[in-house]
Write a protein of this length. Structure first.
Length: 339
């Protein structure tokens, strides 16, 4: 593996002779930032980004022995802490120690798993997966509703705040969660070159900044990217960055509960969920479809009775069959137009 990566890096350096080699270290947020930076002409004149693996795809710490971590000119990292989920060997500080002298280090915000205040329904329970990947993060409201036999309308009322059982909402203190979120950012950004707390405080009511607790929206990704470009003194067209639309990071998007929207006076619209994200059925996902598709995977919830899990699995199979029907219908329509 190391030999192949070193050969690939050498070919990359030869191809981009005269340019400084950058690497972006972190999770999928960094992939989105890389796409924006590479779309800026003034950046690509001076720099070339060697694509390293995202942290979640690095299966062995031997990967950090690759030459790129010793010979890159710019190291842009997501400030991975020692107590990260992958191991202390993945911490940014350990990698920075092996960079060559003179390598420029730029630390950007790491907001992964921080904005719990906007998604209090999110839980740490085992995710619902299919086909080798996550389809849904666990949703406390929907697990509660399904386990108690709520109808779809009752569950919509639960999500929109018309029904507020104390055993659910009584455990949630949104103000305390929000203050904790902002405080963590302000403490951590003392070590970040790119600041973000003030931007979040100014815009969280008027713009959707997060798809779920683990993924910021393009709005926030673009703000961080502009911070990097300014920090590197790279000229760029602000309108170009603001309108860059090839970012697919809504894979696990969760709806924002009406209770949360009302509490924080959020005014941005949220109608369609997961425009490009993961779905059981490839149809436009509104809150109703989010609930129905989530429930179709409750068969993975080991806390439920056999009957409830079996009912969920039956719906899941029906939805998968229906999805195949939609694909076939779309293909037939395409063939018809080509005739």
């Amino acid at each position: 593996m190391i030999k192949q990566e070193n050969e690939r890096f050498q070919e990359f350096r030869d191809k981009h002779g005269g340019k400084k080699i950058c690497i972006l270290y972190g999770n999928c947020h960094m992939t989105a930032i890389r796409d924006i930076l590479q779309s800026v002409p003034e950046f690509t004149k001076l720099y070339a980004i060697f694509p390293i693996k995202a942290i979640q795809d690095i299966k062995s710490t031997r990967y950090f022995q690759c030459e790129v971590f010793y010979k890159c000119d710019i190291f842009i990292h997501q400030s991975i802490q020692f107590n990260n989920r992958y191991g202390s060997e993945y911490a940014s500080e350990n990698i920075i120690k092996q960079l060559k002298p003179g390598c420029q280090v730029i630390s950007v915000p790491n907001l992964y798993h921080l904005p719990m205040c906007f998604f209090p329904q999110y839980t740490e329970e085992k995710e619902f997966v299919w086909g080798g990947g996550t389809v849904f993060f666990r949703d406390m409201l929907l697990d509660f509703a399904y386990s108690r036999g709520y109808t779809l309308q009752q569950t919509l009322d639960l999500y929109t705040g018309n029904i507020r059982p104390n055993e659910v909402w009584g455990l949630i203190n949104l103000d305390a969660m929000f203050n904790s979120f902002i405080q963590k950012i302000k403490i951590r950004e003392e070590a970040w070159n790119i600041k973000i707390a003030d931007y979040i405080l100014k815009n969280y009511r008027s713009q959707q900044l997060f798809f779920d607790p683990n993924h910021p929206t393009p709005t926030l990704i673009k703000q961080i990217s502009k911070g990097i470009l300014n920090h590197m003194n790279v000229r760029f067209n602000q309108e170009h960055v603001d309108t860059f639309n090839d970012l697919r990071i809504d894979t696990y998007e969760m709806p924002i509960c009406s209770v949360v929207r009302e509490h924080f006076h959020m005014i941005f619209p949220q109608v369609t969920i997961r425009l490009t994200g993961s779905k059981v059925i490839q149809v436009p996902m509104d809150l109703k479809w989010y609930i129905k598709q989530y429930w179709s995977m409750e068969w993975q919830n080991e806390d439920l009775s056999f009957v409830k899990r079996a009912s969920s699995y039956l719906h899941f199979i029906m939805y998968k069959v229906y999805n195949q029907y939609l694909k076939l219908k779309k293909q037939l329509e395409k063939n018809r137009k080509l005739r």
